[in-house]
Design a protein around this ligand. Structure first.
Ligand SMILES: Cc1cc2nc3c(=O)[nH]c(=O)nc-3n(C[C@H](O)[C@H](O)[C@H](O)COP(=O)(O)O)c2cc1C
Length: 284
């Protein structure tokens, strides 16, 4: 995408067109356009310079991120900053096979759901805990994900680049053991963090016609929209490698839908439910 834009409205329009193939109208009088343009230009960064990230800055960003909203003010999410390099390498080492870029990430954090504190309040206040069901897990997971995104936004504002790592859940028990996570506290995602070594790229998303609904959910034209998305995305940023060719061969046209269908043809973290139950969640 070219970078010579003459106004925030044009810049935002161009970014959204690149992202979705189409863009809603952007009135030049829209408040907050420069910030909206920055948010729309999101990209994950997986390549970092050798420059370390100051621990004080990471703690500051965590404080900013934990300002995010939380369900019923229950605040069921925590962040673990991995400052000990040996421990960090043990945790990231679990997933560098699939995420080799993490070997050079100067910093790593783990975002956790925490339903434990709530249960402790019930014990300490002598009140019954009448919500031992799926929502207890779900709310904590959602709160944690919101803080993850808030941290990403804060990190970008400070000029850092980052990329979430849900692959740590492939080794949820090992991560939990290494970080000493007690019952009802579970890892949601890691986050690799550093000063970006490259600009990165804006990843094309499904068209807004597919994912933005008005009044009623609609799948009208879905297949065609996805076919078009496959082609548009392949033209902008083709996959470097086809997945699981040993099972499915090499496709002449390889787009997002083929990649995602191949990805989930194999089980991923089928043991996560068992891990969550071992953490004490009932999930009924
Ligand atoms: C919850 C979550 C988990 C993710 N886990 C990984 C991961 O384990 N490894 C990785 O390389 N990227 C991971 N990502 C990054 C996504 O692959 C990335 O967001 C997506 O490809 C879109 O690219 P973009 O963020 O640059 O727009 C994760 C993103 C999210 C939100």
């Amino acid at each position: 995408m070219t970078k010579t834009m003459d106004s925030p409205a044009h810049e935002l329009t161009a970014t959204l067109r690149h992202r979705y193939g189409d863009a809603p109208d952007v009135a030049p009088t829209t408040p907050g356009l420069p910030e909206l343009a920055r948010l729309a230009a999101h990209r994950s960064h997986r390549a970092y310079t050798d420059r370390p990230v100051d621990v004080a800055l990471i703690r500051l960003l965590a404080a900013v991120a934990l300002s995010a909203p939380a369900k019923s003010d229950l605040q069921q999410r925590d962040i673990v900053i991995l400052e000990d390099p040996a421990l960090r390498m043990k945790v990231t080492g679990l997933v560098t096979g699939e995420n080799p870029w993490l070997e050079k990430a100067p910093a790593f954090l783990v975002f956790c759901g925490n339903n434990r504190r709530q249960r402790q309040l019930h014990e300490w206040r002598g009140r019954p805990f009448a919500n031992d069901h799926l929502d207890a897990f779900f709310n904590a997971a959602v709160d944690s994900a919101i803080v993850l995104q808030a941290f990403i936004t804060a990190a970008k504002a400070a000029g850092l680049g980052c990329c979430p790592v849900s692959a740590i859940r492939n080794h949820a028990q090992a991560v939990s053991d290494l970080l000493g996570l007690p019952d009802h506290v579970f890892p949601v995602a890691g986050l690799g963090l550093g000063w970006p070594a490259a600009e990165g790229f804006i990843s094309a998303r499904l068209p807004l016609a597919t994912t933005l609904h008005v009044d009623r959910f609609s799948e009208a034209g879905l297949r065609e929209q996805i076919d078009n998305y496959d082609r548009r995305r392949a033209a902008i940023h083709p996959y470097a490698k086809q997945r699981y060719t040993e099972d499915f061969g090499t496709a002449a046209e390889y787009g997002w839908s083929e990649d995602k269908a191949r990805q989930y043809s194999r089980p991923e973290r089928a043991d996560f439910g068992a891990f969550v139950r071992r953490k004490g969640f009932r999930l009924d």
